[in-house]
Design a protein around this ligand. Sequence first.
Ligand SMILES: O=P([O-])([O-])O[C@@H]1[C@@H](O)[C@H](O)[C@@H](O)[C@H](O)[C@@H]1O
Ligand SMILES: [Mg+2]
Ligand SMILES: [Mg+2]
Length: 282
Amino acid sequence: MADLWQDAMDHAVAIARRAGEVVREALQDDRKVMTKSSSVDLVTQTDQKVEQLIIQSVKYKFPTHSFIGEESVAAGEPCVLTDRPTWIIDPIDGTTNFVHAFPFVAISIGFSVNKQIEFGVIYSCLEDKMYTARRGKGAFCNGEPLQVSDREDIKQSIIATEFGSSRDPEAVEKIFSSLRNVLCIPVHGVRGAGTAAINMCHVASGCVEAYYEIGIHVWDVAAGSLVVSEAGGVLMDVEGGAVDLMSRRIVAANSRTIAERIVKQIDSFSPLRDDAPPPQTL
Ligand SMILES: O=P([O-])([O-])O[C@@H]1[C@@H](O)[C@H](O)[C@@H](O)[C@H](O)[C@@H]1O
Ligand SMILES: [Mg+2]
Ligand SMILES: [Mg+2]
């Protein structure tokens, strides 16, 4: 039977590739940096330009589809996932890397129908790696199938995580407490690419056993969640149980054993959900 969403997925791959060209070109110029939720939550005109490029091209081809885009939400658009076909877009995942020319930058596009991710496309544009996953049909990098690592012993693992963009002292304390717990299991190492999407592609590729973070957003992990699960990995909330893409918390691992071991080390907290109603102003 023909795949209902193949056309949309082909479009996502094409537009992610085009967006990657725009990002690479922008790296040659000065990058004007603005801030969002905090002085370390960065955004550039390229983030906004790439998001508009993706949304306009999708609207033209699929006029009935909905969007959740990082920069549109920052500009006041709602962040609510419905049953409608929805493109969940992070135009530049790794903006801080982009600003500093640290060489991991991705365009991340997840596509959800009935609140289920149908496909995920992550283009690591400085490495020219196109990661794709279609629900039930596997995960790939530049067309080659991906498979998570088979290491079950966490003491022989590399774990990926990030520090995020909150500098709230209580959150920072918990982030360091979790990091200390994980490091002292002990694990072989802790890494972070500076982008949630690429960290998840690293889990899917088998070069790290797990990735966890509190503070990410739905656009950081929508595509990556399918890339990981289609490569044979598992997703979990940081307190165990099912992952909720709007909760801003995630553990993505090669196996349930490793995911549960990570969960035990995490000093968890709950940032404001992505779909929380905006605060009332009097
Ligand atoms: O803002 P942005 O570069 O798209 O996305 C960023 C992530 O991918 C990064 O890994 C994470 O630590 C930050 O919290 C942020 O969400
Ligand atoms: Mg991001
Ligand atoms: Mg971004």
